[in-house]
Ligand binder design. Structure first.
Ligand code: ZN
Length: 477
């Protein structure tokens, strides 16, 4: 019997609750969930008869995390591109092999990505799904998202066709009519990039989004691909809206940031991605000065981890690193960190909710949707002492510490185990996709794709000589 059967109220007892309404921390506090909502927050709550009790003592209860940009369809290739640059990614996915993906491969990626997100306490994901080259691919993507518990926004895209073409195709309209039905667990956006062509060929795709009343999400400020021209065109044509999510926004001028700030959009920062792929420096250090709302994202599991603990950690590090560097360049010293741990936890929760226009998500308050995470791992030496809960989330915790996850009031992970998830089936699906891609590409292309050439590095001449060191053959550089 499932101790968390549908409709049974749940109470999380005695946790350290982060309501995410500022820097408030509520120690020894209960959270009562009834139906799909948070019913009450406080110490010693009286729970209805028959409520399931979860001991949250020693743990942190926070809102479910929200990832605002993840290419879930690519997850069946987990880790394949660990050593890629953005150029290599574009060549592999956009030009050479992305079109090999069949609907079942999109399904395999989305299924695994959805399970992976839940496991890590990410209860909402914007699926930046730009591999939808036929309606069958789109159906497969939506089928997978609807088969795994969790909240998703399908951001529909197709890198194999110009946006003005696929958005105006009758089969796209038909998909929207059939599949996007106002389901609270499946939102919808359009996903395409604005390349800065003076004729602004993306215009008709924006018109479609406006007509459907759905937001656009766009990779903006990507070095060598999208930049200030695209932002200016969107602005001049009146397509920058509060619902627009600008992904990366890393290689942009202050003028573009002003336009984003003035039109109310938000920026989705994928720090791990920007740091190693080359879109530009992770921009939080710059956009903070413009007051632009920020959310966090992981981009793709082809390179990076699918959990937002990594995103919070990397973002704090990159922001502070840049502040120190900028100061050092002026001969100055940073004595106080401007970006605090609670701010990145806010970006991973409430920031994501704001970005997708969901004010019923991202905080722990009565009446809000019950998307919750309990971080607790009694067997871990890293679980105590719990002194600075925001710092604990950002710098100490990791996905293995996610003890319990609720989505829409439903317990989907408990005692570190996913409930009602068929991991074996997901594994078999991913295996089939890997096998298919590998055999279709051929062994040589597969290996070459995963192991790009390494540029030669010349060891610099050194004016100092350490005779003893050099004579010691056991030392290697
Ligand atoms: Zn992306």
């Amino acid at each position: 019997m499932n101790e968390f059967e549908a409709g049974r109220p749940v109470v999380l007892r005695g946790g350290t609750v982060l309501p995410m309404d500022g820097r408030r921390v509520l120690a020894g506090t209960d959270v009562l969930v009834s139906g799909d909502r948070i019913a009450a927050v406080g110490p010693g709550l009286a729970a209805p008869a028959g409520a399931a009790e979860i001991d949250a003592s020693g743990g942190i209860v926070m809102p479910g995390m929200i990832d605002t940009h993840r290419h879930m369809w690519q997850t069946a290739l987990r880790g394949y591109g660990a050593d890629w640059t953005l150029t290599q990614y574009f060549v592999w996915f956009y030009l050479e092999h992305g079109k090999l993906f069949r609907p079942e491969d999109v399904h395999a990626g989305n299924t695994l990505a959805a399970i992976e997100a839940l496991d890590a306490g990410v209860t909402t994901v914007v699926d930046w799904s730009h591999g939808l080259r036929t309606p069958d691919h789109a159906d497969a993507a939506a089928d997978a998202l609807q088969a795994v518990p969790g909240r998703y926004v399908l951001a529909y895209g197709n890198i194999q066709q110009p946006p003005a073409e696929w958005t105006t195709a009758p089969e796209f309209r038909d998909f929207v009519r059939r599949r996007i039905t106002g389901n609270d667990l499946l939102g919808f956006q359009l996903a395409f990039d604005v390349l800065g062509d003076p004729s602004f060929p993306e215009g008709p795709a924006f018109e479609v989004a406006r007509d459907l009343g759905v937001p656009v999400t766009t990779h903006a400020g990507v070095w060598g691909a999208t930049g200030d021209d695209g932002i200016r065109q969107m602005y001049e044509h009146g397509f920058m809206t509060p619902g627009t999510i600008y992904v990366h926004a890393a290689s942009l001028s202050a003028d573009s940031y002003h336009r984003i700030a003035a039109t109310g959009g938000s920026i989705s920062v994928s720090t791990e991605s920007e740091q190693s792929a080359g879109q530009g420096y992770p921009p939080t250090w710059a956009v903070r000065a413009h007051g632009i709302p920020v959310s966090l994202s992981m981009d793709t599991s082809v390179w990076w981890s699918g959990d937002l603990f990594s995103a919070m950690r990397a973002t704090l590090g990159a922001d502070r690193s840049r502040e120190h560097l900028e100061a050092h360049a002026k001969g100055e010293t940073v004595t106080h960190c401007a970006l605090r741990a609670d701010q990145v936890v806010d970006w991973a929760t409430r920031g994501g909710a704001r970005a997708i226009g969901r004010d019923d998500l991202g905080t722990i308050e009565p009446g809000k949707k019950a998307d919750l995470v309990l971080i607790k791992n009694d067997a871990s030496p890293v679980s105590f002492p719990l002194l600075h809960p925001f710092g604990h989330v950002a710098f100490q915790a990791q996905r293995g510490d996610v003890h319990t996850v609720l989505v829409d009031g439903r317990v989907v992970k408990h005692r570190h185990r996913l409930l009602g998830i068929d991991l074996a089936a997901a594994r078999a699906q991913a295996d089939r996709t890997v096998e298919y891609l590998r055999s279709t590409m051929g062994e040589e292309a597969w290996e070459k794709g995963m192991n790009p050439d390494i540029p030669a590095t010349k060891i610099l001449d050194n004016p100092y000589t350490y005779t003893d060191f050099r004579s010691d053959s056991t030392h290697r550089l």
